[in-house]
Design a protein around this ligand. Structure first.
Ligand SMILES: NC(=O)c1ccc[n+]([C@@H]2O[C@H](COP(=O)([O-])OP(=O)(O)OC[C@H]3O[C@@H](n4cnc5c(N)ncnc54)[C@H](OP(=O)(O)O)[C@@H]3O)[C@@H](O)[C@H]2O)c1
Length: 253
């Protein structure tokens, strides 16, 4: 195994929202590289247990941690438990998130706050819980999963797109604040084949597919490869960036 393949071996990675979709694929990709994976979920224990089983079948370690990422106490406790049971977090991926697709007339303060809590507080809290340890130890890599909805107008996703723009701004600012030993980047996926996109309904998915140069949805495994790149030494001169992986729906003007 070459040096590049060794860089995750026996190191601790925490992935929020690791039970399903993009987070699940990231957990499996990290485990394939030999990382010890701490997998966070909130509800779906069976799905989390299945990912743990698959990771252990590869010969890697995995712990599953139930915590609502928008709950400060739960996140603090999770990060402390991960440190004790697996090791201090060296790689953090914030993939937990929720979405809402619908007309602006459907939006009220409750829905707005629910999305902000999970997507924005749920990024802020895990990052803040791990960053001091990373800075002290002189090593840390963080990837926040944003969305192209945070980069382009989304009239049917007002709270979601605002929350993802906040994630991008937060990660960019953290990159400056935690430098030089901790790198922080974002991934902005387009439409990816997961439970979240399935819930958007066939007509919306069709329109999004048609809007992409590649005329297809992305696979969670494709997102995982990009996240591993951002976590790895291959992206050693990148921090504060948002990498778009969307089949060509959002490009520079
Ligand atoms: N799919 C897309 O097209 C797409 C596009 C752009 C960006 N994204 C972003 O990519 C990320 C992953 O999306 P996905 O499509 O993989 O979603 P998904 O299939 O719906 O999975 C969501 C994951 O987040 C977890 N989660 C939700 N609320 C949580 C909370 N309060 N605390 C802890 N975990 C929570 C879920 O845990 P349980 O299993 O326990 O419910 C699950 O593991 C999200 O941030 C999403 O906004 C997705």
């Amino acid at each position: 195994m070459n040096k590049q393949d060794q860089e995750f071996r026996n190191r601790t990675a925490l992935v929020t929202g690791g039970s399903r979709g993009i987070g699940r694929a990231i957990c499996l990709a990290l485990a394939e590289k030999g990382a010890n994976v701490a997998l966070n979920y909130v509800q779906n224990r069976d799905a989390a247990a299945k990912v743990k089983h698959d990771i252990e079948a590869m010969g890697s370690r995995c712990g599953i941690y139930r915590a609502d990422v928008s709950d400060p106490k739960a996140v603090e406790a999770m990060v402390a438990d991960v440190a004790e049971e697996i090791g201090p977090v060296e790689f953090l991926v914030t993939a937990a998130g929720i979405a809402h697709l619908g007309d602006h007339t459907e939006i009220d303060l409750d829905l707005w706050q629910q999305i902000m809590r999970v997507n924005v507080d749920g990024t802020f809290l895990p990052v803040m819980a791990v960053k001091d340890g990373m800075i002290e130890r002189g090593f840390g890599r963080i990837v926040c999963i944003a969305s192209i909805a945070g980069l382009a107008p989304r009239g049917q996703m007002l709270p979601y797109s605002t929350s993802k723009a906040a994630v991008i701004a937060f990660a960019r600012s953290c990159a400056q604040a935690f430098a030089p030993d901790v790198r922080v980047n974002c991934l902005a996926p387009g439409l990816i084949d997961t439970d979240m996109s399935a819930a958007m309904g066939a007509p919306a998915r069709h329109a999004m597919r048609e809007a992409a140069f590649l005329k297809r949805t992305g696979r969670p495994e494709e997102m995982a490869k990009t996240v591993l790149y951002l976590l790895s030494e291959q992206s050693s001169f990148m921090t504060g960036q948002t990498l778009v992986a969307d089949g060509g729906r959002v490009t520079l003007p």
